[in-house]
Write a protein that binds this ligand. Structure first.
Ligand code: NAD
Length: 304
């Protein structure tokens, strides 16, 4: 396979002043992309700001002969970030929604402020940047979006109701973007990575951190962003060299007949059948539209 080039492509990477985003930026630039390195340079909990975070990355790219511009806006001002891309490079082709913060707290103690702020940065920030880029994607018949979820968004994690909710939200967001963008050659996918960064360096032991370099996540992000990739609406787990796809599975289920009484007791009685995956289906996203799902239920009714 020939090298996947990003020559003349404009990519916005949010939260690119450190960790994963920094590494993505360097890789995109190395392959010829014009990179908008967005980062407001705040602390892990989102407090404060410092333009140095994005500047350092841009300087590194330029020193290596690449093309990049720094952007210090909050992702919640997504239109300004897209404006930076358009002003400097004429358009935007790829958005990597990567910016994130942590405000961990048990659910018992979490404050509304900490709950909402985490949703804002991860989910509403991704919405704002993507929505500002969308008209450019549609007009040029090309756009790639990679959202950053997390194992916490797939499976939950103690102390992270805010983060898990935001990270699951990013999955549904990409799934619907995938549908709406399909005919304009816009592709939207989600990754759930685990990597060494300031988010993990205080909670994982050094021997594990050593294996979690960002260079093991970036190749998937690059591939999903490339015009040759048609992958759309999918979810991937990626860490330490492992690459796997996540998908939905629906149990064979139970159909209560119309003459049966629909009661909680009836559900309780047949609950083990509801949970029985022996006869399961794996709904495929783009083939399994909402009306299609309704059809599935209808055919069950006919069979009953
Ligand atoms: P990181 O803290 O190094 O990177 C996040 C960056 O986002 C920071 O540079 C920060 O300044 C920036 N940022 C925060 N709020 C912003 C805002 N409002 N506007 C613009 N920039 C903002 O951590 P990372 O591990 O590289 O995280 C990258 C992404 O990967 C995050 O979305 C994170 O939730 C996700 N993730 C990371 C891991 C992991 O193991 N490191 C696991 C799952 C998901």
């Amino acid at each position: 396979m020939s090298e996947l080039s990003f020559k003349d492509k404009v990519v916005i990477i949010t939260g690119a002043g450190g960790g994963l985003g920094k590494y993505y930026s360097l890789q995109f630039a190395k392959r010829g992309a014009k990179v908008v390195v967005n980062d407001l340079g705040g602390a892990l909990n989102g407090a404060g700001g410092d333009s140095a975070a994005a500047d350092v990355v841009v300087n590194e790219i330029k020193a290596a002969g690449g093309i990049a511009v720094a952007d210090y806006n909050n992702v919640l001002d997504g239109e300004k970030i897209v404006e930076t891309a358009v002003k400097n490079f004429g358009t935007v082709h790829i958005v990597i929604n990567n910016a994130g913060i942590l405000r961990d707290s048990s659910f018992k103690k979490i404050t509304e402020k900490d709950f909402k702020l985490v949703l804002d940065v991860h989910l509403n920030g991704a919405y704002k940047v993507t929505q500002a880029a969308w008209p450019y994607f549609r007009k040029q018949g090309y756009g790639r979006i990679v959202n950053t979820s997390s194992p916490a968004g797939l499976y939950g994690n103690f102390g992270q109701t805010n983060y898990s909710a935001a990270k699951s939200g990013l999955i549904g967001f990409a799934e619907t973007l995938a549908r709406e963008g399909e005919r304009y050659n816009i592709r939207a996918n989600t990754i759930a990575p685990l990597a060494r960064s300031r988010m993990t360096e205080t909670i994982l032991p050094p021997p594990i951190l050593e294996k979690l370099g960002p260079e093991k996540v970036a190749p998937l992000v690059l591939y999903l962003s490339h015009e040759e990739s048609d992958v759309n609406g999918e979810i991937f787990e990626v860490a330490a060299g492992f690459y796997g796809q996540i998908r939905w599975e629906r149990s064979g289920g139970v159909l209560f007949k119309p003459d049966e009484t629909f009661t909680a007791e009836a559900v309780a009685k047949r609950f083990s059948e509801i949970l029985d995956f022996d006869d399961s289906k794996k709904p495929e996203l783009l083939k399994n539209t909402h009306p299609q799902a309704l059809n599935d239920y209808a055919s069950l009714t006919r069979a009953a």
